[in-house]
Design a protein around this ligand. Sequence first.
Ligand code: MEV
Length: 340
Amino acid sequence: MERNEESKTVYIPVSPCGGSGLVAPIAEQIESGSACGKAIIVGEHAVVYGAKAVAIPVHSMQISLQIRKRHGLILKPRVRMYLAGAPVSEHLRGIVDDAAELLGIKLDALDFHGTSTVLIGAGLGSSAAICVVVLKTLAEFYGIGLTAPEVAYMSTDLERRFHGNPSGLDTAVVSYEKVVSFQKGTTPSPIKITCPKSASESADGKWRFVILDSGLRSSTIEMIEQAAPWFNSEAKEERIQMFNELADEVTQGFGTGDTKLVADAMNKANVLLDKAGIVPDKIKGIIESAKACGALGAKITGAGGGGCVLALLDSDSADATLTKLKQEFGAARVNEVTLL
Ligand code: MEV
């Protein structure tokens, strides 16, 4: 999170009702922060049952937040929260109380103003990002320093407000802002990333992914319920093992610059997630089209039931594939994500 601390001197009436008209200087307390989106390469759903998963930060999507202390006559509620200028629901505002409890602080009268470019309900970590940004910015406001593991741990607790029993994967990658390997109940491990091997001199040495928005939205908690029978079957151990192997392949592929290994693992993960019942036909169509445009690998990302497709591009033909994808889906539905 980028921190941007401001401390300005403003002059306000001593009496909230105007009264004598006297003015006194007050140091205005403001704290700003942001948190990124995320995309899961492998292991969504399986991670809830103990499998390893790998996810990447999506820095091009951000939730930004500003906290400002209110002065003068304080009317209820003491904490007000707005997203894009509109008041949020009581349920969402409750994150601030939960965060204050975790941090052991008594809240002043505060206004929270947020804006977001993270697509909501699209599998890109909007609920993790809001939990992380509220926790980090509130901690900064009260002068409490938190490490990335602490933010990851505490924001997973906050995310329960949105989907019951989160694995901690989303808050891990959003807190670390790095590619992480993660297993429920353990500390996230940032993983080594090596430039993709390439046959072409013109390749830019980056891992190039795209997020393709289906326009369909879903609820994480409902999708977890939908996938649960497939995971909680007699074949559970075997299924978790298959996801573990795919996560190992992704880690190895990132570490050695082997795009084909990562792409193959993504393709195989999508087959398993389809069996778990969370890949709608519209997403299957987008995956096929992405591959026809030249993507090496493509899969649903996040909770499923809609949301987005994550595709990995071949380093040697990424520009041409990106152009085709934009023609096929429209530029507004294609978000490029690069690593390195
Ligand atoms: C949602 O982004 C990822 C899930 O695996 C849920 C979780 O890990 O808590 C579906």
